[in-house]
Ligand binder design. Sequence first.
Ligand code: AP5
Ligand code: MG
Length: 227
Amino acid sequence: MSRRLVLLGPPGAGKGTLGSRLATALSVPLVVTGDLMRETSQKGDALGLQIRSFVESGKLVPDDLVSQMIARALKHDNVASTGFILDGFPRTLPQAESLANFLEHEGCSLDAVLLLDIDEATAIERLALRRQCVRCGAIYHLRFSPPKNPDKCDKCGDSLIQRSDDHPDVIRRRLTVYREQTTPLIHYYEGRRLLSRINATMTPDEVFQAAMTAVNKLSRSSTGVGQ
Ligand code: AP5
Ligand code: MG
């Protein structure tokens, strides 16, 4: 089973939604870069305030800072060698290089990059009505996957909020940043034969099934099954 995965895709593609289901199915930790940034930004110290200004304006946090935080997360509990799913990292070519160097140093490498393909109009529609639990991070959509109570998390009962970067002008900025800084990674990972494209406009169940098929195919080819 393939266990070192990156989820790539624009804001609203469904990285977090797919990531949590894949992490459970594959029994590997999910590292959500955006959540790491939001947690750090809530601390209110100098680093937190610096990160908050990037996140709330829809810009990327500087590469060296993010790469260091991810390396720390992957070193924790030896996650680099036992497996992981990265949601939202890398997002720039320098971040991709930094990840490759880090993994090489740890004696391993990525198994696959799943690209969640979606048009911008659908992504914007998803983000506009997204709600997220302040405690457990569960993700809802008021129309597509509504909670039983619009203000409370079905899983832990805590409050649901709208993310501060889910406002129309910031969403537009995030999509532009994705187009300009992250789409070069598609070519980068295609060239390394790591990229699998998933149609992310399908239902969450269908997206999950497509992702599992892609992951299983990779495992079969790495063990020679079916060749
Ligand atoms: P991050 O939190 O990663 O935001 P993002 O990339 O903009 O992605 P989102 O979390 O908004 O969308 P998603 O793809 O996870 O979709 P979701 O599953 O929630 O990053 C935030 C910020 O942190 C960045 O802007 C930057 O400042 C900073 N940052 C993060 N990583 C960084 C990095 N590497 N370098 C530098 N800075 C970094 O789904 C969206 C909605 O759609 C939900 O409501 C969900 O219920 C619904 N939905 C999901 N799937 C489906 C489906 N199949 N059908 C119908 N609805 C669906
Ligand atoms: Mg997310």
